[in-house]
Structures are given as C-alpha cells and as structure tokens.
Design a protein around this ligand. Structure first.
Ligand SMILES: [Zn+2]
Length: 460
C-alpha cells in the first residue's frame, strides 16, 4: 500500500458544507483520499511519504468540461473573427488533421492544462477527416502519456454546406458512419469504474453542423449505452438566427425537441438563453460548460452563470479549444469566470468560493462524476492540486481561496491524479517540455502548410 500525507497546508475541500481548514492535512492511500482534517495527520506506523504544505493551499484537481485539444496546433489564427467567421477560416486548416498532429497537440494541451491545476479533461473532438488515421487512439495515448483523466467526447458533423450547414462538405461524415464510429469508441474506450482514466461521451458538434437525425439518434445511442451527451448550444446570436431560419425554433427549443435536455447532458457555452430557458435547464438538471475566456475572445457574449446556478443547473468551467483561447489553461478560468459574472450582474454575482466550485464540483457534476472527483472527501479519487501561495504574487492575502482565484495563478507545488504525481514544483513530471514544443511546432507547420502525415507512428 502506498501512503502519502500532505500537511501544514490550508485545505479547501469544496464538499457540500464548504469545509475549509486553515492548517490541515490530506491523507492519500492507494490513489484515493483516506482522511482529511485540521492539524497534522494522526500518527500511523505505516511507511508514509510526508509533504510539508506550509505556505500552500490544497484544492481538488480542476475539471475541464469543454476543450478541443487538436486546436493547440492551430492557435493565433482568425484573430478578429466572430465564431462563424473563425470556423470558416479554420475548417480548411483542420481538414489536414492527422493522428500525429492530434497526438502532438493533445499532449501539449494536456500538459499545459495540468500545469494550471487540471486533473480531468473533457475533449470534444468532432473533426474526423478521411485518411486522418486513428485520432481517438492518438488522443487516448496523449492522456495516458501526460497522466490526466480524459473524457473523450466522440463528436461528429454530418451537415455540410450543401445541406445548409456551415462546414465544407469534405469535412463532414456520413450520418450512419458517424453513429457507428461513436458506438465503436464507446465499446473500445469507455470505462464506467470510479477510478476510470478514460470515459466516452456522445457529442454531435452543433445545430449548424449536425443534422436533426444525427442529434436525435446520438441521444438514443448515448442512453442505450449509458454514457453522457454533449454539444455546443446557444453560443452566439448567429447560431440563433441559423436555427430560426433553418428549423423555425430557437436553439434550446430545438435541442429539447430532439431529446437533448436532461441530467445526462451538458451543453458547451449556453450563453443566449432567456429566463424561461434558464429555468428549463435548471428543472431538467442540464449542465452548462461555461468557457469565459473563449467567449470573450470571440465576443460571443456572457453566460448567465448566476441565474443558471440559482435555477439549479450544474455549471462547470471549460478552457475551450486553444484556437479560441490561446491561454489554454483552466486555472485562469476561475478568475475569468468571476470577472465576467460580475461585469454582467454586479459585484455579488459570484464569490471566489463559487468560482472554485465551478472549476471543481460543478465540472464533476457536468461529467456525472460527483461521487468520484471534484471535492476532497474520504473515498474519492486523490485528484489534488497543491498551490504555492507564499511567493510575491500572493504575499499578504490572508484568505487562500481569494489568493488563488483573485490573484495571479499560483505555481503548483504538486498535482496528483489518482495519487500519482503529474506536476511537481511547477514542472510537468510525466513529459518533457522541449519534446512537446518540437512536436507541436512540427504539427502546426504541417497543418498550416498543408502536408498530411497521416498514419505515421504515434508515440505512446
Ligand atoms: Zn467548443
């Protein structure tokens, strides 16, 4: 049995009562949390690794509910664009995606997320060009390489330009093939166990790139297989106009009619809902992946986070793809979510502790993992972030949660996923930064210059 104790640290458990310890301990045994409390850990005769957390804050590892990791290879493009302009410029670049680029981009993106305190990542992957190689295998290999939990959202697009959709026809899949491939991904990778490192969800991309039949049958498939459902919804007013023109309904009514509201669904962005829509999301327990930096980068609008929380909708945070959020970390989104909520609804719209809840328990609820991750409670997975708060960036801030959320993102002393070290003293310990950078630069050149290296050897 491996046993590890973190002590002398402030602890924000994010449990149901919001329990915090000014100086406390967390005990990890066999990848799970065995004890948490005030003061030092009780003496124990067993062999134990002790970590002195003096000057640090322990929080649950952060949960990223919406990302597109492949976009790490296509950052910095379409800088002054709306979502639809941005997509139209990027689709032809993404059409060159292959398994090598996917592996490089996902490895770099996951390592960067880990450096920002993130231990679980939902990656919504919806670009499957012909001859791209095995993109899911490349993604799963990258998550294993970095050592974080992955929710592989097998996305899909089947409505190209000739059918009234936004993406070019050559980038969309046949409806039946997309559904069959999604079912294969579930069979191959979905692990329902509490300690699962890989789970699969079903994720047709958006109302303007997926057909009604794909949306409806994807929901049926997910429920038949017992996995969760995810899509983009109500991100922009352009989308709303598109839905009204093409389907005669606003995005939420359209989604509702196709079976897309429920406690097994989480929606990316969820900005343009009216009051009645917010109530419906709350009443059905439908989750929202709030992506504040990406929404600001594309000028899409500000989600009604306060109203969604009050209505009872689980809200988690997402970094979103790095092509619309070049910053790319999740820790920074705690502050960004707080700032945008207050810009929208005033200074009492969101507290620092609520921002931390969004990034931890809120995300765990979106992913259906609230019994396993998202808080520091006995029996849960030991996904823990130990933030160093005794440097210049946080000196003199007495409240450690305020220091984390309102101050600069602190250096990570330690990041554990299932008790295993992924970040130590600010460096990702599972992968080499220089190797990742070289792989990423190569992938970026291939995608932007138009050479496809599909079916090369993907390192594992
Ligand atoms: Zn997205």
């Amino acid at each position: 049995m491996t046993r590890l104790v973190i002590e002398n640290a402030a602890v924000a458990t994010v449990d149901g009562a919001g329990t915090e310890h000014g100086s406390g301990h967390v005990v990890v045994e066999d990848g799970r949390i065995a004890a948490v409390g005030t003061g030092v850990a009780p003496a124990d005769g067993r062999l134990t690794t002790r970590i002195d957390g003096q000057g640090c804050l322990v929080t649950p590892g952060l949960v990223n509910t919406h990302h597109h990791l492949y976009q790490w290879a296509t950052r910095g493009l379409a800088q002054q664009a709306t979502l639809f302009q941005w997509l139209t410029e990027l689709y032809p670049v993404w059409a060159r995606l292959d398994d090598l680029a996917e592996h490089a981009a996902a490895s770099a993106g996951l390592a960067w997320l880990a450096r920002s305190g993130c231990t679980t990542v939902a990656d919504h992957h919806y670009v499957y060009p012909p001859k791209a190689g095995d993109l899911n295998a490349a993604l799963v290999a990258a998550a294993k390489r970095v050592g974080v939990r992955l929710h592989l959202v097998r996305g899909s697009m089947d409505r190209g330009e000739s059918n009234g959709g936004l993406p070019p026809d050559e980038l969309v899949e046949d409806t039946d093939e997309a559904l069959a491939a999604t079912e294969r991904a579930i069979a191959e990778y979905h692990d329902p166990e509490p300690a699962a490192m890989v789970r699969v969800a079903v994720g047709p991309c958006s109302p303007f790139s997926a057909s009604e039949r794909l949306m409806r049958e994807a929901a049926e498939l997910a429920r038949r297989c017992g996995v969760r459902l995810h899509t983009h919804l109500a991100e922009t007013l352009d989308e709303e106009e598109h839905c009204l023109a093409q389907f005669g309904r606003r995005p939420l009514d359209y989604a509702d009619e196709l079976g897309w509201l429920g406690a097994d669904v989480w929606l990316a962005h969820g900005i343009h809902f009216d009051e009645a829509g917010v109530s419906r999301l709350g009443a059905t327990g439908t989750g929202v992946a709030h992506c504040p930096s990406s929404n600001a980068r594309l000028g899409a609008g500000i989600a009604k986070v306060r109203a969604l929380l009050d209505a009872g909708s689980p809200v988690g945070l997402g970094a979103d793809g790095a092509a619309s959020n070049e910053f790319g970390g999740l820790g920074e989104e705690l502050r960004q979510a707080l700032l945008l909520a207050r810009l929208r609804d005033g200074p009492d719209a969101l507290t620092a502790r609520e921002a931390l809840w969004l990034g931890t328990m809120g995300g765990a609820r979106c992913l259906g993992r609230q019994a396993e991750i998202g808080s520091i409670e006995v029996g849960k997975q030991a996904d823990l972030a130990l933030w160093r708060l005794d440097g210049l960036g946080h000196a003199g801030i007495a409240d450690p949660v305020a220091a984390l959320v309102l101050g600069p993102l602190p250096p990570l002393e330690l990041l554990l996923v299932g008790g295993a070290t992924v970040v130590a003293e600010g460096r990702v310990s599972t992968v080499d930064d220089d190797a990742l950078r070289t792989e990423l630069e190569t992938a970026n050149l291939r995608l932007t210059n138009g050479t496809n290296g599909a079916n090369g050897e993907v390192p594992s």
